[in-house]
Design a protein around this ligand. Structure first.
Ligand code: ADP
Length: 471
């Protein structure tokens, strides 16, 4: 168990300590409450029971003595003595009188020592159980009659208002002992269970904490392998794993992006520098062609900076859409027509399949999506290959699929192609003139329309871009 003193001197306990202590506390609390209530109820019912027993015994004694009347003011004295002695064993002091008030049998007269002993023993018992017990000797009188004729009187004395004999006290004390044993057993179980549960809970959490620390130190490739069947822990570990994954991805993109930008800027600047130096040194004459080349490089740098800027504005938080209803098929068809000559020049076939699809969206931005996808498809297609754009309806959504039979994208690059400045093959791309932001623009436009985009590709066979848009 771990505890330490936190800032401000406040004690901090580990989850394990807290859970184990809570289990122990709750089980003890429950045992305590149960003991108190059972004792209160037991006491109450037991006292009533004892009082009823006394009443029952009194009636029994009176009935028995009644039977000993043999008529004519004569009694079976030996049996009465027997009854009296048995009553004495049970804590009852008997005095039997005939109708004229003469004593037939009296326990006090018979054995006063025994009576006093018994009463003081009971008094001790009761005081040991109830230190402030307001008890004392009480006597009850019962008239013995046969028909309507009074034949005698029985006086029964006992320690009142009620008393416990040894057997009763033993019962109460073994009951309390049982409660103590139950408390000890539940303490043991709560300790074991608390320890077990807290271990099961805290182990994966501390593992996750160590993993999160490692990830924070920059080990983005680290993943938590821990499998847990606790929903929240499962969510926690998968969240940390997802976090690590996106950090890893972002890290790769950041590294690649900064190297891309430097690389991209370095080449035109180096070319410019060498050309200008050659012209300054008089090695080259500053003719129109050479100045044009320099101008082209400057334009390239301008374009690159422009695209960085463009992207920033696309990703602005409030991506404003000017939505209206229009026929997407008609828009696609007009873009396909515009592309016709470019496709013909490269000898790539372009086909459109689809029917009228009315969509509520930003027309200019949708047009940009189609243009970017079709220009990519052309860029990465071989001479004589085939590109198709298909528009269809799917459960209240519009599906746009752009298929090409071009170069394909290596599987390891697929997860990154929608990231800004990400390009599969930097040297090849410099020829095709891409700056790696076309697809990231496509993705942000589609997401702003609550749609989704995915890609499937096989190297050498071609690529499919699949867009789903709500109508
Ligand atoms: P770029 O301006 O470089 O084309 P994009 O964001 O449009 O940037 O594309 C990112 C990368 O994805 C490209 O560099 C290219 O390698 C790859 N790519 C995109 N479309 C296709 C395609 N249809 N076929 C093969 N590769 C593609």
């Amino acid at each position: 168990m771990v505890s330490d003193i936190g800032l401000g001197g406040k004690m901090r306990h580990s989850l394990r300590t807290k859970l184990t202590l809570s289990c122990i506390f709750y089980s003890l609390f429950i045992v305590f409450i149960v003991s108190i209530f059972t004792n209160i109820f037991l006491e109450k019912y037991f006292q009533t029971y004892i009082k009823n027993q006394q009443e029952h015994r009194n009636n029994e004694i009176v009935a028995l003595i009644n039977q000993q009347y043999t008529g004519d003011n004569t009694w079976e004295k030996a049996v009465i003595e027997d009854i009296g002695m048995r009553a004495l064993e049970n804590g009852n002091i008997l005095r039997v009188k005939d109708s004229s008030g003469n004593i037939i049998w009296d326990a006090m007269l018979h054995n006063s020592g025994l009576c006093v002993d018994m009463l003081s023993r009971i008094a001790d018992n009761m005081e040991s159980r109830y230190p402030n017990f307001q008890g004392g000797y009480v006597e009850e009188q019962f008239i013995i009659s046969q028909g309507l004729v009074e034949i005698g009187l029985v006086e029964i004395g006992y320690y009142g208002p009620f008393y416990f004999n040894e057997g009763d006290l033993e019962f109460i004390s073994s009951f309390n002992k049982a409660l103590i044993v139950i408390s000890l057993i539940s303490l043991f179980f709560s300790l074991t269970i608390g320890f077990y549960i807290s271990k099961r809970l805290s182990y994966p959490i501390s593992n996750t904490v160590s993993a999160a620390k490692l990830i924070a130190k920059g080990f983005y490739g680290y993943r938590i392998a821990e499998k847990s069947n606790t929903t929240e822990i499962k969510q926690l570990t998968s969240t940390i794993n997802n976090l690590a994954e996106s950090l890893e991805k972002q890290d790769k993109i950041r590294k690649r992006m900064s190297s891309d930008i430097t690389h991209e800027l370095r080449t035109p600047i180096a070319t410019l520098q060498s050309h200008l130096e050659a012209m300054i040194d008089g090695i080259w004459t500053a003719d129109t062609q050479r100045l044009k080349n320099c101008h082209e490089e400057v334009m390239r740098i301008g374009r690159l900076i422009g695209s960085i800027n463009n992207l920033a504005s696309y990703e602005e938080e409030n991506f404003l859409l000017k939505k209206k209803s229009f026929d997407l098929a008609e828009l696609v068809l007009s873009i396909v027509r515009n592309f016709e000559s470019d496709y013909n020049n490269k000898d790539v076939k372009l086909k459109f399949t689809g029917e009228k699809q009315i969509i509520y969206a930003d027309r200019d931005k949708m047009s940009q999506v189609i243009v970017n996808l079709l220009s990519n498809a052309l860029k990465y297609s071989y001479k004589g290959s085939f590109v198709e754009i298909i528009l269809s309806d799917l459960n209240n959504n519009i599906l746009i699929v752009v298929k090409d039979t071009g170069t394909g994208i290596p599987p390891e690059d697929l997860p990154y192609i929608f990231e800004r400045f990400y390009r599969v093959d930097i040297s090849r791309n410099r020829l095709t003139g891409g700056s790696g932001i076309g697809l990231s623009i496509v993705k942000s436009i589609i997401e702003a329309h609550n749609g989704s985009i995915s890609v499937q590709s096989k190297m050498g066979l071609g690529t499919h871009f699949i867009i789903t848009l709500p109508k």
